[in-house]
Design a protein around this ligand. Sequence first.
Ligand code: TYM
Length: 344
Amino acid sequence: MSFPERVFSGVQPTGTLTLGNYLGALSRFSDYQDKYECLYCVVDMHAITMWQDPKELHANTLGVTAAYLASGLDPAKNIIFNQSQVAAHAEMAWVFNCVTRIGWLNRMTQFKEKAGKHRENASAGLYVYPSLMAADILVYRATHVPVGDDQKQHLELARDIAQKFNHDYADTIRTQTNGEEFFPQPEPLIEGPAMRVMSLRDGTKKMSKSDPSDNSRINMDDDADTIAQKIRKAKTDPDALPSLEDGFEGRAEAENLLGIYAALAKEPKNDVVTRFAGQQFSEFKKELTELAVETLAPVSNELVRLKGDPGHLESVLKAGSERAAAIAEPIMKQTKAIVGFVGA
Ligand code: TYM
């Protein structure tokens, strides 16, 4: 069965956004706004799976909204909203909690990383996080999901949930909708040279807002001097840059910096490798700094400007939430009827 094409993605309002968030997700979102109907969500309900200071959660929600706009999303073309304001996300998540198998959740590497050694003390919300994520996507029957590589496993789970729901309720789906399947299999869009931006201090670790070292990441609101200093200090190795892509074997930090350059320049990684082949890192880092500052400065200036107008950001979210609810509610109502809830 074919479903109308629709894009959904989300970003958590927890702390400052990094270059990883920007290259892996935000900077790509505007590529879809002219081709598809797009929903971009600030996932505040996901954020509270780890305790958040309420004032900070509020400010960070407006911060991610500002980052969406500063990255080029037009609020008239896209539906920009925060998750908690569309009740259907929570309702669908409950249905999905009853479809998802505990064995599936036990395989999620992100839960293992986030819960760490204190698994018994982690919130139940953190454990069922992926089924809320599946609800985010499927409550709109979204077909395409642009994300960074770290979300791949969650997307696979969303596909499993869609498939199991379609299978478990096949009889009612057939009688009530005349279709074979109620939910689409959402497709991850993980493409480009920076789908997994690594820490500037350790090429084996993902660049993350939760890393204790600020030098491990570039933040979306870092100024030019800070960006220059962080790139200068970024870990590399003593060798010159290789001339072929497979010359990065065992050189994770070098490969990461090349990937960042290619993504910022919007050029294929191969072309960048050819251009810098045989150069020393000191030279390459100067060029990378120049490009990073030039690309990020307009975004971060716009981010600061937009954050100064919280009233505008709130009105964008309110209008977006209404538009999102208008799509989600009929799908939720139909889901309830399929499950057999009286009144739907
Ligand atoms: P979050 O808030 O951790 O990250 C937001 C987006 O940024 C990407 N990303 C990266 N990409 C490349 N390199 C990195 N170092 C890097 N760090 C983060 C993430 O892959 C993501 O695309 N669970 C999601 C939010 C979410 C969601 C959804 C996404 C909730 N519901 C439904 C898509 C669809 C998350 O925590 O992203």
